[in-house]
Design a protein around this ligand. Structure first.
Ligand SMILES: *[C@@H]1O[C@H](CO)[C@@H](O)[C@H](O)[C@H]1NC(C)=O
Ligand SMILES: *[C@@H]1O[C@H](CO)[C@@H](O)[C@H](O)[C@H]1NC(C)=O
Ligand SMILES: *[C@@H]1O[C@H](CO)[C@@H](O)[C@H](O)[C@H]1NC(C)=O
Ligand SMILES: *[C@@H]1O[C@H](CO)[C@@H](O)[C@H](O)[C@H]1NC(C)=O
Ligand SMILES: *[C@@H]1O[C@H](CO)[C@@H](O)[C@H](O)[C@H]1NC(C)=O
Ligand SMILES: *[C@@H]1O[C@H](CO)[C@@H](O)[C@H](O)[C@H]1NC(C)=O
Ligand SMILES: *[C@@H]1O[C@H](CO)[C@@H](O)[C@H](O)[C@H]1NC(C)=O
Ligand SMILES: *[C@@H]1O[C@H](CO)[C@@H](O)[C@H](O)[C@H]1NC(C)=O
Ligand SMILES: *[C@@H]1O[C@H](CO)[C@@H](O)[C@H](O)[C@H]1NC(C)=O
Ligand SMILES: *[C@@H]1O[C@H](CO)[C@@H](O)[C@H](O)[C@H]1NC(C)=O
Ligand SMILES: [Cu+2]
Length: 580
């Protein structure tokens, strides 16, 4: 299974030999940004809930980074009894090896009372819309915030101002109660989202008791806006439209696109879109006799549809009315559009890096289905993956030599699916081009189906489409002849029907990925409930030599839980500077 290849002593001596880049982040060190994670009672949607927060609010503060520039982000875990990590969603190929923020995969979590310095360097050309969130348990339902990458150059589209619109779910139960229910026998579902929050705000009814309000997005007549939508829901797949306003999509998951006009957006957890919105003129507003327009947001694919609102408000002497909630939806109630934007959205600039079928070295089919026995779990090729599965993080095990990456690759290839069932990982060699197919199948044993927003850490994938039934590479290749796939980091696996026969194929989503960055990258459904129920996988790119060559040996302080790379009140961390 695991084989010790190198002693820790050797690693330590190597680290000493190049000690120049191992630095003590003592009192003189100034991080570029600081985030403080707490757990406390917090009120959203007129309801108080014990929640994990960043800087005392949900969402936490917006972070702005500049492409090509190194940022150190210090994350304090101010909780009393829980671990945390922060993941830079969408930026993950641009973080130092231990900075991806995935517990059990790329790092030991930050223990209570400790802090960790994340080193992040967004690549040139990655200016766009991202977010940060905890990757521990169910914390990301509240512990998250917008992350915007700016460019030193002007954006390729003109607009006067921008607004960030972060969408999340409100669940009334605590994280602990939700996780306990999802992992217990008998199974207890979390319940459905009780509110859709826009920038942390939601009001369910005009007569709701409490001071909660609808979110207000305030704009000026005549100006043009870039609206940055961030799908940071725990569960909800949302459809969103704005009364009397059309939108023009210009960015998806950090990639500029050719403008595409639409009357609505369909946003899964983990996805982001920027749109241009042309504000109405003063004269048009006068004729219409109104200065505020509802943003109507509807949950899709759930047993019960929830419709919530926010307000697009044209500033004037009078404040917006943020307590009147429509009794019935002013816009038609949205239905799922299967394969929305597939083969339609195009890269703004021609992208010559798309891997053709000839370049594909391996196709990996990942069958996903729910399995109901004493526990209800989600399986990938017959196996679930949860944070408690590995005894120590894979990346740590690669550095210590506990994980034999050569043997791992051999096993995975010989077992047929490219999956190693001992470590529950998909290893790949640098230079490979993978075609990865997520194949939706009916629940064992009742045939139920669900939709899943699949997210990849590491280098973004080229999305080569989705469809009903079972993946057919030949017919998909025909389809690709007339389209230019774009890169994304999250795309939807649809279900096409609510139920089928057990294990029958019902929907697929296919990606192509160039294996370039050595490291440990989570590929998972972004629905927090599904993650807790096992819907996660781990890709290991490169072997031990690739990982070491890329990053040099690390200080031993990264290799143990609460090690010296993790600071606390009496200890300043010993940190390896990766980029500078
Ligand atoms: C978070 O709060 C800390 C102090 O509690 C502050 O120093 C820091 O600037 C805040 N972070 C952001 C991104 O606003
Ligand atoms: C949070 O509120 C609950 C219920 O009102 C209460 O029992 C608990 O003590 C509060 N926790 C904290 C940390 O204030
Ligand atoms: C925190 O993480 C450590 C290391 O993975 C683990 O042993 C411990 O149980 C975790 N603590 C909690 C409260 O989950
Ligand atoms: C939220 O949960 C608490 C405790 O379970 C319950 O008392 C309360 O009624 C719930 N509130 C809503 C709005 O569902
Ligand atoms: C609030 O309004 C809803 C209808 O929107 C009604 O069903 C409910 O009884 C009202 N509640 C109160 C406290 O008036
Ligand atoms: C898209 O919308 C913009 C602004 O509303 C308009 O100027 C443009 O002509 C539209 N493009 C197409 C292709 O319809
Ligand atoms: C799937 O469920 C069946 C019973 O319905 C059970 O026998 C089997 O062990 C389960 N598989 C896994 C991997 O849990
Ligand atoms: C891995 O798969 C092989 C071949 O299907 C099987 O014999 C073996 O029991 C599996 N091991 C584990 C740990 O699941
Ligand atoms: C796959 O698609 C090709 C081309 O459309 C078709 O000829 C072939 O029969 C399909 N294969 C299966 C297994 O359906
Ligand atoms: C702080 O970190 C140092 C070095 O890792 C460790 O020896 C010490 O026990 C830690 N203190 C606390 C309160 O955890
Ligand atoms: Cu899912």
């Amino acid at each position: 299974m695991y084989r010790v290849q190198t002693s820790l002593t050797l690693l330590l001596s190597l680290a000493t030999a190049i000690a120049g880049s191992v630095v003590h982040h003592d009192d003189s060190f100034q991080p570029d940004h600081i985030l403080r994670v707490t757990a406390q009672n917090y009120t959203e949607a007129c309801t108080t809930r014990y929640s994990v927060l960043v800087n005392g609010t949900s969402p936490g503060p917006e972070l702005r980074l500049t492409e090509g520039q190194v940022s150190w982000i210090r994350v304090y875990n101010d909780m009393k009894d829980d671990n945390t990590t922060i993941h830079w969603h969408g930026l993950t190929a641009f973080t130092a090896p231990f900075s991806d923020g995935t517990p059990a995969a790329s790092q030991w979590p930050i223990p209570a009372g400790h802090f960790f310095d994340y080193e992040v360097k967004p690549g040139i050309g990655t200016a766009g819309t991202y977010f940060y969130h905890s990757h521990v348990g169910f914390q990301a339902v509240t512990a998250k915030g917008p992350l915007i990458v700016d460019s030193n150059d002007d954006p390729p589209f003109g607009y006067h101002e921008e607004r960030t619109i972060m969408l999340s779910d409100f669940f009334n139960e605590t994280d602990k109660k939700i996780i306990d229910g999802l992992t217990s026998s008998p199974f207890k579902w979390s319940g459905e989202t009780s509110a859709i929050l826009v920038n942390g705000q939601s009001r369910q009814r005009t007569n709701s008791t409490g001071s909660c309000q609808l979110a207000s997005i305030c704009i000026e007549p005549g100006l043009s806006y870039r609206l940055r939508f961030i799908g940071a829901t725990a569960l909800s797949f949302l459809s969103l439209s704005i009364e009397s306003h059309d939108l023009s999509i210009i960015e998806a998951d950090g990639h500029y696109t050719k403008p595409l006009n639409t009357s609505f957006l369909q946003i899964g957890s983990g996805q982001r879109y920027s749109v241009l919105l042309k504000a109405k003129s003063e004269a048009v507003l006068k004729r219409a006799g109104k200065r505020q327009f509802y943003i109507q947001i509807t949950t899709l694919e759930r047993p019960k549809t929830l419709t919530n609102y926010a307000v697009l408000h044209y500033s004037s002497g009078t404040p917006a009315d943020l307590t009147t909630v429509p009794l019935s939806p002013p816009l038609p109630t949205a239905k799922t559009v299967q394969g929305w934007l597939d083969h339609k959205l195009e890269c703004l600039h021609p992208d010559h890096a798309f891997p053709t079928l000839n370049e594909v070295t391996r196709r990996i089919i990942i069958d996903v289905h729910q399995n109901v026995s004493d526990h209800v779990i989600w399986l990938q090729n017959g196996y679930d993956w949860v944070q408690s599965f590995p005894q120590s993080p894979y990346l740590v095990d690669i550095y210590t030599g506990r994980l034999d990456t050569g043997g791992l690759y051999q096993r995975a290839i010989s077992q047929g699916h490219g999956f190693d069932n001992i470590t529950r990982t998909f290893p790949a060699r640098i230079g490979e081009v993978l075609e990865i197919v997520w194949q939706n199948r009916g629940t064992f044993t009742n045939g139920g189906l669900d939709v899943h927003p699949f997210h990849a850490h590491g280098r973004h994938f080229y999305d080569i489409g989705g469809g009903d039934g079972e993946y057919n590479a030949t017919s998909n290749e025909e389809r690709l002849k007339s389209s230019r796939p774009i890169q994304r980091d999250t795309s939807m696996l649809y279900r096409y029907r609510e139920k089928t026969t057990p294990l029958a194929p019902s929907g697929w989503r296919a990606w192509r990925v160039r294996v370039t960055e050595a490291g440990v990258w989570m590929f998972h459904c972004h629905v927090l409930q599904h993650m807790v129920m096992g819907m996660q996988t781990v890709f290991i790119f490169g072997d031990r030599n690739d990982v070491m060559a890329q990053s040099d040996p690390v200080d031993a302080g990264y290799l143990t839980y609460g090690g010296s790379a993790y600071g606390n009140t009496t200890h300043s961390p010993v940190v390896r500077q990766y980029f500078d």
